[in-house]
Write a protein that binds this ligand. Structure first.
Ligand code: UFG
Length: 345
């Protein structure tokens, strides 16, 4: 039987590259679109090193309608699209909201139009726990009401889901939206991982860069929250587990199992972990001491958020396999490997 073909937009990014590897391992054929705005070409070679085959790659910006049409005219018989390509820096989105609406929504609309024209039915959408804002109840379940988004980035994920839901209601597409909690860690080969440009905003890459001596001191953003140790609580998930949720979603879409054309799943571990617990786990499992200090709260941070993942466990038939130890050790292995390659530091 011919291999099914998956288009992965943003396929050289952090989650996209790990998902590409898991798709290839599961027997899918992958085509990647990426504009290289927040990723690097050597990741394509590393995917080949891990999988033994190189996905077809197109460098293009998804908000370029003409170029996207040319792409679809060339690449026929796509069975499903996984749409990662988007801007994701929460802080930047408050400074440059239009960049986020253009990159995250205009490109989604272009993609959906092209899918309609080319009769491609299946799409997996990268959504985010950010859609819940600061929730009233924990853990959040998929129908926990959305609170107002705390950033323009969050708005684009809420609006993206709404666009997809409305389009799916016309039966033109089948969609699975995955709400990611906090992806961390790296492929066990240490050939893929997170590659932030400039100083990282997110906790784990800051921790690894601080441990590597690239950043001066890690600052814990507040220890006066109403949480067990006073620091913020998140649901950290190993990126390889997250990648596998995409493979299961593609299987489900291609097997026509999606109910009423649209489904949404929380993708986390279900465990709330504090900033201090991440630091302690990193120190313990990597046998390394971190220099950190307690600073002020970061505006816009929800005190605590973690997922109820029972729906994904039951319906997607997916569950996490990797724990905190694998998250912090794989992130460190990757950091050690790229230590000399960090750009724009
Ligand atoms: N933190 C620090 N110091 C740092 C960086 C982060 O203490 O140097 C803290 C934050 O205050 C927060 C926690 O670590 O409490 C996690 O912060 P991240 O920036 O790593 O992650 P967020 O939970 O803020 O955001 C992440 C993704 C978003 C996504 C959101 C969904 O970055 O894309 O989860 O909740 F939308």
């Amino acid at each position: 039987m011919d291999k099914k073909k998956i288009l992965v937009t943003g396929g050289l990014g952090f989650i996209g590259s790990h998902t590409t590897v898991e798709l290839i391992k599961a027997g899918y054929n992958v085509v990647i679109i990426d504009d290289l705005s927040n990723s690097q070409l050597f990741i394509l070679d590393n995917i080949e090193k891990i999988c033994g085959s190189k996905p077809t790659f197109y460098q293009l910006d998804m908000s370029d309608k003409e170029k996207l049409s040319e792409f679809f005219a060339k690449e026929k018989s796509i069975d499903a699209v996984i749409h990662f390509a988007a801007s994701k820096a929460v802080g930047e989105s408050m400074q440059k909201p239009l960049k986020y609406f253009r990159n995250n929504l205009y490109s989604l609309i272009n993609l959906l139009k092209s899918m309609e024209v080319n009769k491609i039915k299946n799409i997996v959408f990268s959504s985010s726990a950010t859609v819940y804002g600061d929730p009233d109840e924990l853990p959040v379940i998929e129908n926990t009401p959305f609170k107002p988004a705390l950033s323009a980035y969050g708005s684009t994920k809420q609006m993206g889901e709404e666009i997809l839901q409305k389009v799916a209601a016309t039966k033109v597409i089948d969609c699975i939206a995955l709400r990611y909690f906090n992806p961390v860690g790296a492929d066990s080969s240490a050939l893929l991982g997170e590659l932030p440009i400039g100083p990282p905003n997110n906790l784990m890459p800051f921790v690894t860069q601080a441990a590597a001596g690239i950043r001066e001191q890690l600052v814990v953003f507040g220890n006066d929250y109403n949480t067990p140790d006073g620091t913020c609580v998140r649901d950290y998930i190993h990126v390889t587990d997250l990648a596998k949720a995409h493979v299961r979603s593609c299987d489900r879409l291609i097997n026509n199992e999606v109910q009423n054309n649209y489904e949404v799943f929380n993708i986390g571990t279900g465990n709330g972990i504090s900033v201090l617990q991440i630091i302690q786990a990193f120190e313990k499992y990597n046998n390394i001491k971190l220099d950190y200090t307690i600073g002020k709260r970061r505006p816009g941070d929800a005190p605590a958020i973690y997922a109820d993942v029972s729906l994904a466990n039951k319906v997607l038939g997916w569950k996490t396999e990797l724990g905190l130890k694998e998250m912090v050790t794989s992130a460190w292995e990757w950091q050690k490997k790229v230590i000399h390659n960090i750009l724009n530091t």
